[in-house]
Design a protein around this ligand. Structure first.
Ligand code: GLA
Length: 676
């Protein structure tokens, strides 16, 4: 006999998902705004109602020797039918019921679980996930919680994904609170998440193309959703990885320590691969975020030997660490993602306090507002070093930004303007990023007011630098029709302000795609609902706009290497895809007709095969030059016959994509220079 439900838990977010570690998202397709569930049923991958008396694919979650047991219990305490799974013998809160991913779930794909859970007596039952990252570090992430006092609670279409490239993945149910409490599970279903039909509405990036790029931010787990991918491809032409290019995602402590070089931080870009693959495959330009920041940067980065308990290093050491970190990041990205357009980078994030002073010394692990950079440098003088190194190592054409929040607080605006002008005089900075985490409050007092926001924007524009709105979201005063209307009006005013200064604004980027995945999910700050439908704010910022007649297409960064063999990464990772781009075309891209030879040119010879930019060495910059040339986005390398001859590394009398492919192979160590 089935027991009556006492409560139905529609999945919501547990945490500020874009803050902290790269946390996979939980959520359901329940749209809190309209109350409608749009998802069709997914394909069921595994289900168990325990009516056949079998525990099935579930395992007890415990260490060897522990006495956690899973048994099927029969009786009218079942949620549905007459049987359910009991987990007994628990001694620790993390012990419980586990379902390994093997044979059922793949990293990088999105799944959902519906199930009934119950605790013997008062206890929070938590659905969680576990996986190892590429360094072998195990992560444990809470996905959904429900408090049970001996009655069944339903988890309804709780969505999750394992990060691309992760291993040893499983989901599990544990009990938070009384460790000895028995847990029960019934009517469990694991299924795929069906793709949402996108609404037939105008593309933001197309509509806004006469003004600026329209972008968004996403984390790896958000991109596991095929519907999110579709939405991003349709509406946005700039993508900011939400966490994956931050120092804490990139720095590899074990490798730093084992290299034994106190000034050369070792890095890994594995966390960013899912997003960068997506950007590469869909030709979406990337905003790199962020190189130098007090937050989401491990304390050990500032310590001797890269040890948690080391002393703080000297300024001299830290300058070298900073240079090598920036160099290593830029080189790794250029090498593994030569075709991704990193069109902007946030070089320094959030260095100024609201009163225009610098942060307190200390580390983020100890105090979220302190800065390891200020600890080591004594003040904000690290900023200039950061921009110098970024300028030195960033790809050609990549614009460099200082990025901050509450940028409209008058003393902060002034501090940023002063710093930006000094950096500009040195030719080190290209723009200012206004994060723009805004709030529509009750009454008429949105924070900031549109006029305060405009004042800051104008002050930044007046520096002569570019401005980007880098993390736009605006929380609602109330999650109802009236709240969404106010939010829509505010969004419109902010976007109108951006349009007014559009000559000096190159991008407006939202911090997240759908409300349910936002770091401020409960305040629904974005313009798309969790079910991928547009909110009133989408309509308000598009209502008066006309689709332009000529919508520019994104130039491709390079063409597909014509080798039949995939080009592998220099440091092979077990699962990640190889460097490939658009599907190969039959015809190689060929040179435009040669320019008329200048006297004596007939006799010239190549100076060094592969040295496209003729600086004496063959390096990744030559690949970039050649690809730009082949795409006609630059005139032939330097207009020189020697450069042209140097580019013909296949020695077939033509400069085409085969040369590009061969040059790339050399740069990633597949062939020696002697073969060029
Ligand atoms: C700041 C950071 C972002 C992000 C948001 C909150 O604005 O720049 O990287 O962490 O906070 O999610």
């Amino acid at each position: 006999m089935a027991k009556k439900m006492s409560g139905k838990i529609t999945a919501g977010l547990l945490s500020a998902v874009m803050l902290g570690v790269a946390v996979p998202f939980a959520g359901s397709l329940v749209n809190t705004n309209s109350g409608k569930v749009t998802a069709a049923e997914g394909t069921v991958l595994y289900s168990n109602d325990f009516e056949d008396g079998e525990v099935g694919k579930f395992n007890p979650r415990m260490n060897e020797g522990d006495s956690v047991k899973l048994t099927v219990t029969t009786g009218d305490a079942a949620h549905g039918g007459s049987s359910f799974l009991s987990c007994t013998g628990r001694e620790k809160s993390w012990q419980g019921i586990s379902l390994p991913a093997e044979g059922l779930m793949e990293p990088g794909e999105e799944y959902m679980v519906s199930a009934a859970v119950k605790a013997q007596w008062y206890c929070e039952v938590v659905m969680s996930m576990q996986y190892d990252d590429s360094t072998g570090t195990t992560h444990y992430v809470n996905i959904q919680k429900a408090t049970s006092q001996g009655e069944w609670q339903e988890f309804d279409q709780v969505k999750f994904s394992f990060p691309k490239g992760s291993t040893n993945c499983s989901i599990y149910f544990e009990g938070n609170g009384d460790a000895k409490v028995e847990l029960y599970l019934d009517d469990f279903t694991l299924s795929t998440v069906p793709e949402a039909e996108l609404e037939d509405i105008a593309s933001l990036k197309d509509l806004y193309s006469p003004y600026f790029r329209f972008g968004t931010a996403a984390t790896d787990s958000e991109l596991a959703s095929k519907s999110a991918q579709k939405l991003i491809k349709k509406h946005f032409n700039s993508l900011t990885p939400g966490n994956e290019l931050k120092p804490e995602s990139i720095l590899d402590q074990a490798a730093c320590q084992s290299k034994g070089d106190n000034v050369d931080p070792q890095i890994k870009i594995d966390a960013a691969r899912g997003i960068l693959d997506f950007c590469r495959d869909n030709n979406i330009p990337v905003r790199g975020h962020t190189l130098v920041w007090h937050s989401q940067t491990p304390g050990w980065f500032f310590k001797e030997g890269f040890k948690d308990d080391g002393d703080f290093v000297s300024k001299e050491v830290m300058i070298q660490r900073m240079e090598n970190y920036i160099k290593n990041v830029m080189n790794a990205l250029a090498k593994e993602y030569p075709t991704v357009n990193f069109y902007s980078w946030d070089v320094v994030n959030e260095a100024w306090l609201d009163d225009g002073s610098y942060r307190k010394p200390g580390t983020y692990d100890q105090d979220r507002n302190s800065s390891g950079w200020v600890q080591v440098f004594g003040d904000n003088s690290f900023i200039e070093y950061a921009f110098r190194f970024a300028r030195k190592y960033a790809p050609e054409g990549c614009k460099l930004y200082y990025n901050d929040f509450n940028e409209y607080m008058p003393q902060k605006t002034a501090a940023i303007v002063k710093m930006a002008e000094e950096l500009k005089a040195e030719g080190l900075i290209d723009g200012i990023g206004m994060q723009s985490h805004l709030d529509v409050r009750s009454g008429s007092d949105a924070f900031p007011s549109v006029s305060a926001y405009e004042k800051a924007m104008k002050a930044f524009v007046d520096t002569g630098l570019d401005v980007q709105v880098t993390e736009l979201d605006a929380t609602v005063s109330s999650n109802d029709e009236a709240g969404f209307k106010k939010q829509a009006d505010y969004y419109k005013d902010i976007l109108d302000c951006c349009k007014k200064y559009a000559d000096n604004i190159s991008a407006v980027v939202l911090w997240g795609t759908t409300d349910d995945k936002s770091w401020r999910a409960s305040q629904t700050p974005l313009i798309f609902n969790g079910d991928f439908t547009a909110k009133p704010a989408y309509y308000s910022i598009t209502e008066d706009m006309k689709m332009p007649e000529n919508i520019p297409t994104e130039p491709t960064q390079t063409t597909e290497p014509t080798t039949t063999e995939p080009v592998t990464q220099p440091e092979p990772s077990t699962t990640d895809p190889v460097i490939t781009t658009t599907p190969p075309t039959d015809e190689p891209t060929t040179l435009p007709p040669s320019q008329p030879a200048t006297p004596g040119e007939e006799d010239v010879k190549a100076s060094k095969y592969g040295d496209v930019d003729m600086n004496g060495t063959v390096e990744l910059a030559d690949v970039t030059k050649l690809s730009k040339y082949l795409l006609n986005s630059e005139t032939f390398p330097l207009g020189s016959k020697v450069a042209e001859l140097n580019s013909d590394v296949t020695h077939d009398g033509m400069v085409d994509s085969r040369d590009l492919s061969k040059l790339l192979e050399y740069n990633i160590g597949k062939i020696p220079e002697s073969e060029l």
